[in-house]
Design a protein around this ligand. Structure first.
Ligand code: NI
Length: 391
């Protein structure tokens, strides 16, 4: 068995364990324990992250003189509240929970990268921090990790996500955004209820909410550049209890997804304006609450080219990118340091977040090699400030 196939076999075993033991956002204590166990088994140091879940590890090489340079690799580790229907022999043992977004693949490939980097520790010209981030699905984990301050010294960061629709081992990477900004909004309509037969004595929140929804659906078609991409979806509405009473209020909730910051700001502004307009025209009060969850990913163009070149060097085919309107809190790191988020194909018969999603583990060792190579290249490339001459 050569080194690659023995690494692949080790990783597949870990992958199956993670797949069988999925845990939801901020509940990843068993997962974190297992990660620590595997890391300490291969001699990789772990740091005190100070969060309930998640792990931060470090491979410390030897500085070549000048300042110490640190780069980071990141994987998310949480699962989804989905009942698995994949039929896999290593399906979830935790009922109603499933690794349906490939985070089991992400953390296993990061463990593989840690193993490869640890072996090279003596010749590594700097430090690599390995971030096993909790709660990506909850869209709050990246911020929690950043708030620890433990990544303040990181100069570049890389992360990957599985792509269900690519062949195993294919890589998708682009400059700029490939995952959308995520904003969540809630619409609270306060009207004045009354008799269904006497609408003129009421301020009907149902009609006001209907007007709001229809007008909001015009934002993408009328306010967004046709060459840009954006989505506005309203996903729940609630009002009323019976057929002959005009209710006092109505509620709706939804999300806006954008790739470009200007478009994001414009859409949110239009949403608020439509709220005000409907308030005026309907006589019901329309309040819009907006929660800005995460910005779009923002891949550094030069580093994205390096990811593509490195993938090709490792024999991984690089295919054209189709931007994804899903969100990804890796973007929070990219607000603070340059980095690249890219995709690795796992050829699933079903899409991400589906109960029959299956990540083919075949490219685990290749994904690990790619992550390790990116960290090492970054450490060799990032310029050091010259050491101060002795006085
Ligand atoms: Ni995911």
């Amino acid at each position: 068995m050569n080194a690659d196939s023995s690494l692949q076999a080790t990783l597949e075993e870990h992958f199956r364990w993670f797949h069988m033991h999925p845990e939801l956002s901020m509940e990843e204590s068993g997962t974190s324990l297992k990660i620590r166990e595997i890391l300490s088994g291969v001699g990789v140091e772990t740091l005190e992250l100070g969060l309930e879940t998640g792990v931060l590890a470090r491979v410390r090489g030897t500085e070549q003189g000048g300042e110490e340079v640190t780069v980071a690799l990141r994987a998310d580790i949480d699962a989804l509240p989905i009942k698995e229907e994949s039929g896999l022999p290593y399906a979830s043992l935790n009922d109603g929970k499933m690794h349906a977004c490939g985070h089991d693949f992400h953390m296993t490939s990061l463990l593989g990268a840690a193993m490869l980097l640890q072996k090279k520790q003596g010749s590594l010209p700097g430090t690599v921090k390995l971030v096993f981030q909790p709660a990506e699905e909850g869209v709050c984990g990246a911020q929690k990790v950043i708030d620890t301050g433990l990544l303040d010294d990181v100069r570049e960061i890389y992360g990957l996500h599985v792509a269900a629709d690519l062949n195993p081992g294919e890589v998708e990477v682009c400059a700029g955004a490939d995952h959308a900004a995520v904003d969540r909004f809630a619409v609270h309509v306060t009207g004045r209820g009354g008799h269904a037969a006497e609408p003129h004595h009421a301020a009907d929140p149902v009609v006001a909410l209907a007007q709001f929804i229809n007008a909001a659906q015009g934002i993408v078609s009328r306010n967004v550049d046709p060459f840009d991409r954006a989505v506005l979806s309203i996903t729940q509405i609630h009002s009323g209890t019976t057929w002959n009473v005009i209710p006092n209020g109505a509620f709706a909730e939804g999300t806006i997804r954008t790739l470009c910051q200007n478009t994001r700001e414009r859409m949110l502004k239009r949403l608020r304006e439509i709220g005000k307009g409907v308030s005026l025209s309907s006589g019901a009060d329309v309040q819009i609450d907006i929660e800005n969850l995460s910005p779009a990913t923002d891949n550094d163009p030069e580093l994205a080219a390096i990811v593509a070149d490195t993938a090709r060097e490792l024999g991984m085919p690089v295919v054209p990118v189709v931007p994804n309107m899903g969100g990804e809190d890796f973007s929070m790191y990219q607000q603070r340091m340059p980095g690249v988020f890219f995709s690795v194909g796992v050829g699933s018969p079903r899409p991400l977040h589906n109960s029959a999603f299956i990540a083919n583990p075949a490219p685990l060792a290749a994904a690990s090699s790619l992550m390790a190579a990116l960290a090492e290249k970054a450490l060799r490339r990032i310029p050091r400030s010259k050491p101060k001459p002795p006085v």
